[in-house]
Design a protein around this ligand. Structure first.
Ligand code: ADP
Ligand code: 5GP
Length: 187
């Protein structure tokens, strides 16, 4: 049975870093490329990091029932998992890794309760989160503010996930993630 590894975290907690490590480490895992209406960051590639689409296109896909799940994560910034994406990866026999927000993660987990493991990546502190987000240099002051406000909400969801990994010392967090995921996909 194909599995779903659902990774969620407040923005800046280190989810992408941990996910990249897992994708390198385990050949059976493949990344679910989400659709989004947010602007592409300079290093991002359309069709690799996200499918970047317009708000009109996104709304059309909602009408067509094309999403497994979707959320308006930030005002006017929509993100969603396309049914075609999940089918594409399952057709390749892959276990799928999802990088999605807390609400999307809970929805996905309840859609596939037997097949999925949900991991919440937690920053060691709010200060560390702010430092990491600022150091990443991807956000304006305004989007930094929005992301921190959202992080405060998301941190309250921590106890709803199967596993919580505190990302303080990166090497320790990577090792912990590897151990948990290895047990899950080899089960
Ligand atoms: P997310 O995907 O959760 O938004 P990222 O993986 O992009 O987070 O990490 C945010 C920033 O913090 C990146 O610049 C990353 O290199 C850095 N980072 C990740 N983990 C750690 C850690 N344990 N200690 C210090 N910096 C980290
Ligand atoms: P970012 O803009 O930093 O790439 O992502 C912002 C937030 O949107 C993160 O919490 C990320 O996990 C979430 N996200 C990305 N793709 C999806 C998706 O397909 N569905 C949902 N619900 N959230 C997503």
């Amino acid at each position: 049975m194909n599995k779903l590894l659902i990774i969620t975290a407040p923005s800046g907690a280190g989810k992408t870093t941990i996910m990249r490590h897992l994708l390198d480490r385990f050949d059976r895992l493949s990344f679910s490329i989400s659709a989004t209406t947010r602007n592409r960051r300079p290093h991002e590639v359309d069709g690799r990091d996200y499918y970047f689409i317009s708000i009109d296109q996104f709304k059309q896909k909602i009408v067509e029932d094309a999403f497994v799940e979707w959320q308006e994560v930030y005002e006017n910034q929509y993100y969603g998992t396309l049914k075609t994406e999940v089918e594409r990866l399952w057709a390749q026999g892959k276990d799928i890794v999802f990088d999605i927000d807390v609400k999307g993660a809970l929805n996905l987990k309840s859609a596939y309760p037997q097949q999925s493991l949900s991991i919440f990546v937690k920053p060691p502190s709010r200060e560390a989160l702010l430092e990491r987000l600022s150091a990443r240099r991807t956000e304006t002051d305004e989007s930094l503010r929005k992301r921190l406000a959202r992080a405060d909400e998301e941190l309250a969801y921590e106890n709803k996930f199967d596993i919580v990994i505190v990302n303080d010392i990166l090497d320790n967090a990577l090792q912990e993630a590897e151990t948990v995921v290895s047990a899950f996909i080899n089960d």
